[in-house]
Write a protein that binds this ligand. Sequence first.
Ligand SMILES: Cc1ncc(COP(=O)(O)O)c(C=O)c1O
Length: 473
Amino acid sequence: MSSNSAAGLDITEVGGGTEDIQAKDNKFVHPWENLKTIGKNKRHILTRGEGIYVYDSEGHRYIDGPAGMWCVNVGYGRTEIADAVAKQLNEIPYDSPWSFTNIPAAQLAERLTALTPGDLNHVFFSTAGSLAVDSALRFVMFYNTILGRPEKRHIISRQDAYHGSTYLSASCSGKERDKTYQVYEKGFIHHLPSPNPYRRPEGMSIEAFCDAKVADLENKILELGAKNVAVFIAEPILASGGVIVPPPGYQKKCLEVCRRHDVLYISDEVVTAFGRCGEIFASETVFDIVPDIITTAKGITSGYQPLGATFISDRLIEEAGAAGSPHSVFANGFTNSGHPAACAASLATLDIIERENILEHVRDIAPYFQERWQELRDIPLVGDVRGVGLMACVECEVDPAGEDTLRADYEIGIRIDEHCQEHGLILRPFINQCIVSPPCTITRSQIDEMVQILRDGIVETMEDARRDGRFKG
Ligand SMILES: Cc1ncc(COP(=O)(O)O)c(C=O)c1O
C-alpha cells in the first residue's frame, strides 16, 4: 500500500474515524453482499481521488485499476465536472421530464446523437446501465406489439453476458453464479453459449469457432421461429464476464444473421463507450456494426453522476409512431430521466474528452497497455491474458481435478487482489480472473507500475500456496 497521508481527508473531522464509519457502513447492504458476513465487513473508505489514484481514510494511495466500476474514464479530481453539477443544482435542480425539459438534457441529447452511428438519432435518458438496458428491451417489446406482432418477443442473449440488475436485464445476464437463489424470467429469454475463444474446443481454429458461435445464433432463431424472436442483445466485449473478446468479425456476422431474420440488435455499450475503446461509441468504428439500439451509462458522466442513455434508431421511432392507434405512447420512464445535474456532468465530461484528446490518447496507448499485459503470460499460474483498448483480464488456470488445489481455488482473484492492494493497486477480482479498466488518462509509466504490481501480486499468491503445499507449478 503506498502511503500518502497528506493527500487524504482527515476522517476524524467529518466522520469520527475509520472504525466508526466502517461500523455505520455495516447497515448498508452493498451490491452482491454476502449476508453471512454482513455486519463484519471492514471496507476501505475512499475519501479522495486524483488522476488514476484514490486515497483511503488511512492515507493509503491506490491505482484504481477498474476506474471505480469501469466508469471514471476521465479520472478523479475533475473540479470542472463538479462545478458544472453545482452550477446546475443552483440554477434548477430538477424538472419533471414528463412535462418540461432543461437546458443540459436538451444540449446533451443533441450532442450525443450527433456522435452515434447510422440513424440512431434519438436518446432515452435514465439513471443507470440496467435501466438503459431495461428501457431498450421494453422499447423492443412495445415496438413489436404496436406493429401488431406481440408474439415477436423472445430475447436472445449469451452465457457470460452481464446486462444489469433489474428483473429483465438480470434475466438477460448469463453469469451463472449470479443466479443462485434468484428467480429469473426463463419463458422468453434464451442464452447462447459464450463466444469465449479461450474455451473453444481443442484443435478448433479461431475462424471455425467464430462460425460456430454465429451458427448458434442462427440456429436458435430458427428453433424458436424468426416470427417469435424480437432481439439479440450483446456487449461487443463481454466485460463483467471476464473481458471476453469474441473472435474477429463475430459481431458483424451476428448482425447479418439478425438482419436476415428481421431480429433487432441491441449493442450494450455500457462499458465500451465513452473512451474505453478509443471512441465515444465503439459499435461501428471498432466492431463494424450499426445496431438498432445502443445502451450506455458509466463513462457517460465518468462516474460523477448517475446517468444511463438508450439510443434508438429513427426507423424504429418512426415505425412505432406511425403504427400507433389510437396513440403511440411509450409508457416507460423515470422520475430522474434527463436529470439536469447528471446531464451537466455528462456535457462537462465530453468537454474534457474533446479538449484533452482523450480518445486519441487511448488509441495511442492501448497497444502498449495490451503488450505489457501479455507479458504476464510467462507466470506459470496464468492461463489466458486478453483485452481490447483500455480493458484487460488475466485468467488463472483452473484445474479442479489436478494435484494443485490452488488451481481449483475460486477465490484466487480475491487473493491476488489482496496482495495487489498491499502494493497500491486495486483490481476487479472475478472468480479466477483479475480485471482492469483504468482511467483513460493513464500514462505509460503508470501502466508499467500497474503491470509490475500485478506480477508481484500473482507471484506472491503462488508463493503462499507453495508454502502450504497447494501449488507445485
Ligand atoms: C455491459 C453492461 N450493461 C449493463 C450494466 C448495468 O449497469 P448499472 O450497474 O449502471 O446498472 C453493466 C454494469 O456493469 C454492464 O457492464
